[in-house]
Design a protein around this ligand. Structure first.
Ligand code: ZN
Length: 501
């Protein structure tokens, strides 16, 4: 068999390449005709079927139409010799939903980036503002915090210039962050969140430690609503300090229990920062729940420092810490480490801060787990400097952890950033079934990189550096990165959204 052709397999029926590979034995490509693009001689890796072979990839109308040893006629040919041809990377957790951040992500191999943790509110205008203007595919969940704000009588959610929801100002000044919802407010909240699902929101997004007033009952009821509507829940867990004798594992137990009791699907964001040293126990808990039929997944970014808004409720308990504790905080705008005095000044002013202090050994262990999805948690570059994870997450996993450290196979590394995030969203966004795969009938979202050279360059002190070794990136068949440079003036990014009634 010298080719795996497209025609006998319709787009819907053939997403499993394995089906095509085994069922369709074609001697040639008789009616393929000229294709738009032929990518020749690359090492095609598809984590779904396990395909790992040097093949030519034919693309027409933004869709992969053949994986073949033949060379069908094409309007354009790109030599991918020595390169891996992988599905475009899918980032479930990207706060930088602005053109600047998308450029860093595209250079890191990302073809789809979504704001699912905190979410957006309201959903309709957020999608409308990006339609036809985006470099890469985009999408968002319904923000619990945004809806809670309205349910408490504040009509407009606070957003940054680029439209990303802010995390609210801590210090017990805002009722919608700190107060328990009354029965009326809870009803209103549920109604508002359901209304936004009807606008195409990809499930519910919770940053529950930023809204400490949300009680366990509220979260459980919203899980029940999500289950009822068959949409996933994405959640930054409650702070461990909210559980008297819990430790890091307790917040995980809360959401696993809610998922088990309601039938909701739950995706726990950045387990690396939420679990810390308890990561092995936490993953055992998650895997145990999965084994008993609970739909729970998790993700991590490959860095030992996190980042957040200094004015948010996350820093409410930070008065009178030790000098060493303030030293672990780094002000994003200047790169300077904080003191008690600068902490107070910046908390008043508001802005992004990096929190150092986690252990690399645990970080590496988490990254090496094949079932922990890779997601950046990148913060916006639209305001200037940011955390390096928004620019380097994916190249760092492939270059540092897969190649240099050898803690993860290349196929497992790719699966974490392509197939697994696509599958997480397939029930709410059927279009994701055509992403995260290099298969006939799949979308031509492709990332071509040099496995010997791929590496992140962004650092805490110089976060604004593009990754290296990612040569070509295609979004729906259009080059957004070519010969390791951004392509100007292209906006092939499409909305990833739930079907609207
Ligand atoms: Zn978070």
């Amino acid at each position: 068999m010298n080719s795996v052709a497209s025609r006998p397999c319709g787009r819907r029926a053939t997403l499993a390449a394995v089906m095509c590979l085994t069922v369709v034995a074609c001697g040639g490509l008789p009616d393929l005709g000229p294709v738009d693009l032929l990518i020749t001689g690359g090492r095609v890796m598809d984590p779904d079927s396990g395909l790992d072979a040097v093949l030519n990839v034919a693309v027409r109308d933004g869709v992969i139409v053949a994986l073949t040893e033949d060379t069908p006629e094409a309007h354009e040919v790109v030599d991918a010799g020595g390169l891996v041809v992988a599905p475009g990377f899918i980032d479930l957790h990207a706060h930088g939903q602005d053109p600047e951040s998308s450029r860093y992500q595209a250079r890191d191999g990302v073809t789809t980036a979504m704001e699912l943790e905190i979410g957006v509110y309201p959903v309709g205008p957020w999608y409308a503002a990006r339609e036809g203007r985006a470099l890469i595919h985009f999408g968002a969940s319904v923000s619990h915090q945004g809806a809670r704000r309205e349910a408490f009588g504040v009509m407009v959610a606070e957003t940054s210039g680029a439209g990303t929801l802010l995390l609210g100002r801590g210090g017990a000044s805002d009722a919608y962050l700190y107060e328990a919802a009354s029965e009326d407010e809870l009803h209103r909240l549920i109604r508002l969140m359901e209304r936004e699902l009807d606008q195409g929101g990809l499930g519910f997004g919770f940053g529950i430690s930023y809204t400490p007033g949300a009680r366990h009952l509220e979260l459980w009821r919203l899980f029940a609503t999500a289950a009822d509507r068959q949409v996933p829940v994405f959640i930054h867990l409650r702070s461990a300090g909210a559980f008297r004798a819990g430790g890091a594992i307790a917040p995980f137990q809360e959401v696993v229990a809610n998922a088990a009791a309601t039938g909701a699907s739950v995706h726990i964001v950045h387990m690396n920062s939420s679990a810390g040293e308890a990561a092995p126990s936490v993953l055992e808990l998650i895997r145990g729940a999965q084994a008993h039929g609970v739909d729970v997944t998790t993700e991590a970014y490959p860095y030992t420092a996190s980042a957040s808004r200094i004015e948010s409720a996350l820093f409410d308990g930070w008065a009178n810490r030790t000098d060493a504790a303030y030293q672990e905080l780094q002000w994003v705008e200047t790169g300077a480490r904080l003191t008690e005095e600068t902490f107070r000044t910046y908390r008043e002013q508001g802005g992004w801060v990096i929190m150092h202090g986690r252990v690399e050994e645990t970080n590496e262990w988490v990254v090496s787990q094949p079932d922990v999805i890779a997601a950046s948690d990148g913060i916006p570059f639209s305001d200037g400097r940011a955390h390096p994870r928004g620019a380097g997450t994916f190249a760092r996993i492939l270059g540092h952890y897969v190649r240099d450290r050898g803690v993860l196979s290349l196929m497992d590394g790719l699966r974490k950033m392509t197939l697994l995030p696509a599958r997480r969203l397939e029930t709410v966004a059927p279009q994701m079934a055509a992403k995260g795969r290099v298969q006939v009938g799949a979308d031509a979202d492709l990332t071509l990189f040099d496995p010997d050279r791929v590496i992140d360059r962004a650092t805490y002190d110089a976060p604004d550096r593009f990754s290296e070794g990612i040569l070509h990136v295609l979004v729906a068949g259009t080059f957004v990165v070519r010969d390791e440079a951004l392509v100007d003036g292209v906006t092939p990014g499409q909305a990833i959204r739930a079907p609207t009634p």
